[in-house]
Design a protein around this ligand. Structure first.
Ligand code: HEM
Length: 336
């Protein structure tokens, strides 16, 4: 939380300037081809932006990291996530060959050490504040790398393609409405304060997270006996039992959400929309809640939705029209 507070003054400016580099690249590809795959340049954008705002470390100061930092993170993420995620291979092969053991750290130790040394050398200011909180230098670097690489880069790498797809393929007229709001309510320069006025953009971000929570499964072990109750049932849970929460089910509950399977852009607007934030659980806790040391709710819960809303607003201030899906962009019409 302290890191996020410290970086709030540079967050929007870094976001916008790195987004512009990303979209310049996409435009360049589209000038030569009818479709631009964006996953790799998007990850490059995320890596540079997040390194700068979270670690205050500029990848361009280290040529090896500037060139391959995102790939190094991807490999490190892959060995951690492969044992837990489905890649759609035929069962039981996936269980036997991918989900039955953890992968040796040796596979990625070289990449991890490169990233570690990059943070150690260029992230001194943030490491220092970790030390002030009682961490050793080594602990501060590992923690910083985890928040940067796993929580932030990993989370946004899943979320952003869904968000771009939502904007590019939303219901008829959605881009017109979002564009109007982004241009009329965003002021001369986008900032956190302009987000308060952008009700529809915020709602679209929430609705995307409701239908496609980037981290859909949560696990936890009961710390004591308790009763888990819903509006129609109650379960007795014993201390030590393993619990699993599946957000995709929770956030499509027909008792809470009207037409739960449908993407409704303005679902989270007005008074009723504000009430529904109590049931938006993508961050492992309600959107109306606050992360604390005891609840394991995402510490980046607010900055994630602010950042996503700023991305949507910037996109629709830069372009009159966007076409594409969750993997590629097929048309970008610059704002007149
Ligand atoms: C789209 C991006 C993100 C998504 C989808 C996401 C989602 C989540 C989820 C679901 C959890 C709970 C994990 C569990 O315990 O099972 C979590 C935890 C956490 N997130 Fe995020 N997150 C994102 C970005 C961020 C950012 C930007 C930060 C900070 C800069 C952050 C910091 C954390 C931390 C520190 C935890 C651990 C909290 C704890 O265990 O006490 N996350 N995140």
């Amino acid at each position: 939380m302290n890191i996020l507070k410290q970086s709030s003054s540079i967050w929007v400016q870094e976001l916008v300037s790195n987004l512009d580099i990303f979209f310049d690249q996409i435009e360049e590809t589209l000038s030569q081809s009818s479709s631009a795959s964006y996953f790799s340049p998007m990850q490059q954008f995320l890596f540079t932006f997040l390194s700068k705002v979270l670690a205050r470390a500029d990848p361009s100061l280290d040529p090896k990291i500037a060139e391959s930092g995102a790939t190094m993170l991807n490999k490190w993420l892959a060995v951690q996530l492969l044992p837990t995620i489905s890649i759609g291979t035929i069962q039981p092969l996936e269980e036997i060959f991918l989900h039955s053991f953890s992968y040796p750290y040796a596979l990625v130790s070289g990449d991890y050490n490169n990233l570690y040394n990059f943070i150690k050398q260029h992230g001194k200011e943030v490491i220092k504040s970790g030390i002030e909180f009682g961490l050793s230098e080594d602990e501060a670097i590992h923690n910083l790398l985890f928040v940067l690489g796993f929580n932030s880069y990993g989370g946004f790498s899943i979320f952003l393609p869904n968000l771009i797809n939502t904007i590019a393929n939303g219901p008829a007229g959605l881009q017109d409405q979002l564009r109007k709001e982004a241009r009329e309510k965003g002021g001369s320069t986008l900032g956190f304060s302009s987000l308060k006025e952008m009700e529809l953009i915020n709602s679209v971000v929430y609705e995307t997270l409701r239908l496609n929570p980037p981290v859909p499964l949560q696990f936890g072990r009961a710390r004591k006996d308790f009763q888990l109750s819903t509006y129609d049932s109650a379960f007795n849970v014993k201390k030590g039992e393993l619990l699993c929460g599946f957000q995709k089910l929770v956030m499509r509950d027909p008792v809470v959400f009207d037409e739960p399977e449908r993407f409704i852009p303005d679902r989270f607007t007005k008074e009723k929309g504000a009430e529904l934030l109590n049931y938006l659980y993508w961050s492992n806790g309600p959107q109306s809640g606050s992360p604390s040391v005891s609840n394991k709710q995402c510490a980046g819960k607010d900055i994630v939705t602010y950042t996503a809303a700023l991305i949507v607003a910037h996109l629709l201030r830069r372009y009159d029209l966007i076409k594409g899906d969750s993997g590629s962009i097929t048309a970008l019409q610059k704002a007149k």
